[in-house]
Design a protein around this ligand. Structure first.
Ligand code: 2AL
Length: 244
């Protein structure tokens, strides 16, 4: 089975780390291909970044269909372009926020999301509501570390994340932590050991979810809403995205 993991930001070092985290949980027969789009923002930490990450992401879904991918993970916690990707892909597509939030509900009573910048809290809250997870999502906290600083040794990012996790356990009545950025994927196990509670990384959760769906021979329903998009002309810079 081939699972294509798309980091919708264009930072190659982050994509490499995401790929390693996915391979660490994938079954023996599962091949992981982790890619970034050829165009788009270096990191996604605003609605603008998120909107402009979607064309490059959809281009990678298109390419994945030609490469024979069995399923896809969208590895950004805003789950950008998820519904559009489902219209294009033959196999299942899962976002890391939806996978992490669902996984957290199996593990405890309520979870807190620890995101990067404060301005990304709204999107995480909106997604929790959209996925029917508002009942379980006790809080969304920000560590105020920009996405690309998660990659920098000596940035103190880990300590700031752990500090927010501790506050979540003390103040939010949460017993599970959800890491709110794909760039935090490699920190989950260690933070879980430090705090003694489940810490869910969406990259691992989404990879295993896609793997399970493919194993069960389940794919997105093409009945009505997620059917392939209707053919039409697209103008200007987006002309190559027209579906024929
Ligand atoms: C993210 C993420 O997962 N990737 C990225 O570029 N931004 N999420 C976030 N909360 O900042």
């Amino acid at each position: 089975m081939l699972i294509k993991i798309i980091n919708p930001n264009t930072t190659a070092s982050m994509t490499e780390r995401i790929g390693e985290c996915a391979r660490a949980v994938a079954a023996a027969g599962t091949q992981i291909s982790a890619v970034s789009p050829s165009m788009g923002p270096a990191s996604i930490e605003s609605h603008y970044d998120e909107a402009l990450s979607v064309p490059g992401l959809l281009e990678e879904i298109e390419r994945g269909e030609r490469e024979g991918a069995d399923g896809y993970v969208i590895a950004c916690f805003g789950d950008p372009g998820l519904d559009a990707a489902r219209e294009l892909a033959g196999g299942p597509v899962v976002g890391i926020a939806e996978a992490a939030m669902h996984a957290a509900t199996f593990l405890g009573r309520g979870f807190s999301v620890i995101t990067t910048l404060g301005r990304t809290r709204g999107r995480a809250r909106d997604l929790a509501a959209h996925y029917g997870m508002a009942r379980f999502c006790r809080n969304v906290r920000a560590c105020e570390v920009p996405v690309l600083e998660l990659d920098e040794p000596g940035s103190g990012a880990r300590e700031l994340i752990v500090q927010e996790c501790r506050l979540a356990l003390l103040e939010d009545q949460s017993d599970v932590i959800v890491l709110g950025c794909a760039g935090m994927a490699d920190l989950a196990a260690e933070i879980s050991r430090t705090l003694g509670v489940p810490v869910v990384d969406g990259v691992a959760a989404a990879t295993k979810t896609v793997e399970s769906l493919v194993m069960m021979k389940l794919r997105t329903s093409a009945w009505h809403e997620f059917a392939p998009p209707p053919a039409k002309e697209y103008l200007g810079l987006l002309s190559e995205f027209a579906v024929s």
